[in-house]
Structures are given as structure tokens and as C-alpha cells.
Design a protein around this ligand. Structure first.
Ligand SMILES: *Cc1c(COP(=O)(O)O)cnc(C)c1O
Length: 399
């Protein structure tokens, strides 16, 4: 069967919840992917921010192979060594005190919501608390996470969703203040909005929210699923600000391709939050997933990944600024570290398809943003290669 026939089969057999690009990706090496027809692509999407170490990292692959031979799964009824070590390392890099491993980002958000509600319940002796979330946010597709995702288009068919969720405007502190009341138990936001179109939290906004939280014993929940794990030039994006979350979520690059997420909390929260019987997962933090987390953290540390991100992301910033000066279709350029976006007047879906034909994987965010989310190991020459291809396509499309 040829690749067209395989794709036709996929469209018959898989539930049609994605409009996929017309390629079958088969293998990867470094920051390049190869499809079933042997065509090579420079990857500036990293499987939506997952493959931070790129492809074919031998140390990472070997650790997974070794863990498969040792033990893949135990359930959480028993201890296992990889999860103990992974939690220790995550505490070190995050400054948080307690970790719960999940299987995905959306599940980490579910846990974070439950943890905040339980904290307020223990404190106040009653339920019925409210959460303030942001418009234009994205926190996942399960019903709890969907309830805090401020996007009517994603929510409408699935209502009624969770009660007691209020939406404020991202980067407008006054709209948050208006919603705070005696029932508010948490304020939840992405430190850098990803799916919504790459909007970093402004310093005044995030620090203002942290202040509100502190004054009212409201929990600050930061979603670091996309912007965390080194992407911002710090291990977690909130470390670029003078704030400390009470609860935090991670996923995507946490396992660099092995499906794993986590939610974290401080000891102060943990003391009044989830206890045996309140929450669980069969797979979460199994030895295989935990080995991936542990090795990812080890490689990131040895390779000084955050310093590398700072340097190469400055270079990416300059190159995209140059493109912006030249191309009238580029309206705005935003982002932190290796999470940058170009707001376009051209249809970004078309740009994305056209650069793919050229051999460049670039995805979109929001309705009009090109999103740059490369593996964290990219070098300046890859930035140059990307910029040359994008430049060519924009020249053509602007004509
Ligand atoms: C991707 C993402 C999620 C959901 O993660 P899944 O693993 O797809 O469930 C939640 N929050 C943010 C910020 C994300 O980028």
C-alpha cells in the first residue's frame, strides 16, 4: 500500500476529530523527521511542544529500553524506584513539595482542580467553591479541564459543564479582581497562553494575581503544560516572575514523548488537600513513564538546556524580527524562549501547509498565529534554515 492509501484507511478507521496534514511521519533524528516517502522535514513543532530533546537521543532511548526489560508497570498500590527518583528531581527543579503523576495534561488539570476544591473544603468545612479561569485559555479536553477552558467553541456542545467557573480577561487584572468573592478557591491560568495564540502573562498581571491569592488565601494554579520544562529559558515559566504557584501542572515535554503529566503542590496545600480515597490513577507514574521523566530531567541538566534555550531563543527572536520588518503579513511577534508566535494577516493554516511542502513543520495557534515550538536542542543553523523557508513561502503568498 502507498502512503495515500494508508491515509485513506486512517480516514475510514480513526474517528474524525482531526484535520490532519497529508503526511505519515515515520522516523526522526535530531530535529528532523522523515515521512514514509523518504521526505525530510525540519521540525519546529516538536509534536506540540513534547519532543524537547528532539528525536533519537541515544541516552534517553537506552534508559527506556532498560526500563522495559526491568519493569513496565506496578500500579500505585506499590512503590517503584523510578517514580521515587523522578519525584525527587522534579521537586528540586520546581521548588514544589508534592507530586502526583498523571497520564496526560488534561488529567493533571483535573487533579489540580480537585486538589484546590478539597483544600477549600477542608479549610471552610463546606463545598460550593468557585474557580477563576481565563478567556482564550486552553487546559485540555476532559470535562473538568474543558470547564476551565475559556473558549465557547470548544465548550458549547458539552454543556452543562462544571459549575462555579468564572472567566476573566488574560492580562487584565481588574477583570480578575471583579470576580473574586468569598467562594473563590483558586485562580487558574497558563503562565504563557499557548493554544490561544502565544500570550505571555505580563509581569504586573501575574504578580498582581499572586498578591490577590496571598491576601485572600486563594490558590494560584499555574498551567505549565506547554510553557514548562525549560521552554521559557527557565525550567518553569513562572520562574521568570516573582511568583510561586500553590499548585502547578506539567505534561507535554515532561516525558519527551512517553505519555505522562503531573500536578504539584506546596506542603501548605497538601496538608489540607487530597488524601487516600480522594484521587487515583492506575497508570500514573508507572515505572516506564517515571523512567522517561527521570532521564529527561537528567539530560536537560547535563546539557544545561535552559542556558541553551536562552541563547538560541534570542537568535530565533532576532530572525523573526527581521522577517517581521520585511513582511507586511506579519502583524505581531510575541513569546518567551522557544515559545514564540507570529500573528499574521495571511491565513495561517495555508502558511502551515505551504511550509510543510517546503520541508518545514510549523503549526498554528489561535485563529491567526504561527507558532514556533521547536525541540529545545535546535541550533542557530536550524533557525536560519527555518527562516529561509518561511521567508520564501511568505514572499510567494504575499504576491
Ligand atoms: C496541551 C495542553 C493541555 C492538555 O494536555 P493533554 O496532554 O493534551 O491532555 C493543557 N494545558 C495546556 C496549556 C496545554 O498546552
Amino acid at each position: 500500500m502507498n502512503s495515500i492509501q494508508y491515509m485513506e484507511q486512517a480516514e475510514r478507521d480513526l474517528l474524525h476529530t482531526y484535520n490532519r496534514y497529508g503526511v505519515i511521519l515515520k522516523s526522526g533524528a535530531g530535529v528532523y523527521l522523515t515521512d514514509t516517502d523518504g521526505k525530510q522535514y525540519l521540525d519546529f513543532a516538536a509534536g506540540i511542544g513534547v519532543c524537547a530533546l528532539g528525536y533519537g537521543n541515544q541516552e534517553y532511548n537506552q534508559a527506556l529500553k532498560d526500563q522495559i526489560d526491568e519493569l513496565i508497570h506496578t500500579s500505585n498500590l506499590y512503590y517503584n524506584l523510578p517514580v521515587i527518583k523522578a519525584a525527587e528531581q522534579l521537586k528540586k527543579v520546581s521548588g514544589m513539595d508534592r507530586v502526583f503523576f498523571t497520564n496526560s495534561g488534561t488529567e493533571a488539570i483535573e487533579g489540580a482542580i480537585k486538589a484546590a476544591k478539597k483544600y477549600a473544603y477542608t479549610k471552610d468545612g463546606h463545598a460550593g467553591h468557585e474557580i477563576i479561569a481565563m478567556n482564550n485559555s486552553f487546559h485540555g479536553r476532559s470535562l473538568g479541564a474543558l470547564s476551565v477552558t475559556g473558549n465557547k467553541h470548544y465548550q458549547e456542545a458539552f454543556e452543562p459543564l462544571l459549575e462555579g467557573i468564572r472567566f476573566a480577561e488574560f492580562n487584565r487584572l481588574d477583570t480578575v479582581k471583579e470576580l473574586v468573592n468569598g467562594k473563590t478557591c483558586a485562580i487558574l491560568l497558563e503562565t504563557i497562553q499557548g493554544e490561544g495564540g502565544i500570550y505571555p502573562a505580563q509581569t504586573d498581571f501575574l504578580e498582581g494575581i499572586a498578591e490577590i491569592c496571598k491576601e485572600n488565601d486563594i490558590l494560584l494554579i499555574l498551567d505549565e503544560i506547554q510553557c514548562g520544562m525549560g521552554r521559557s529559558g527557565k525550567m518553569f515559566a513562572w520562574q521568570n516572575y516573582s511568583v510561586q504557584p500553590d499548585i502547578m501542572t506539567a505534561a507535554k515535554a515532561l516525558g519527551c514523548g512517553v505519555p505522562v503529566g503531573a500536578f504539584f503542590m506546596t506542603e501548605r496545600v497538601a496538608e489540607k488537600s487530597l488524601v487516600p480515597g480522594d484521587h487515583g490513577t492506575t497508570y500514573g507514574g508507572n515505572p516506564f513513564a517515571a523512567a522517561a521523566v527521570l532521564k529527561t530531567l537528567e539530560i536537560m541538566e547535563h546539557n544545561h538546556i535552559t542556558e541553551h534555550v536562552k541563547k538560541v531563543s534570542d537568535y530565533l527572536w532576532e530572525r523573526l524580527e527581521k522577517l517581521k520588518e520585511k513582511h507586511t503579513s506579519i502583524l505581531d511577534h510575541r513569546g518567551i524562549g522557544l515559545m514564540q508566535g507570529l500573528q499574521m494577516s495571511l491565513p495561517v493554516g495555508e502558511v502551515s501547509k505551504n511550509v510543510l511542502k517546503e520541508g518545514l513543520i510549523l503549526i498554528t495557534a489561535g485563529s491567526n498565529v504561527l507558532r514556533f515550538l521547536p525541540p529545545l536542542i535546535i541550533a542557530e543553523r536550524h533557525v536560519d534554515e527555518m527562516a529561509a523557508m518561511l521567508d520564501r513561502i511568505l514572499d510567494e503568498m504575499e504576491r
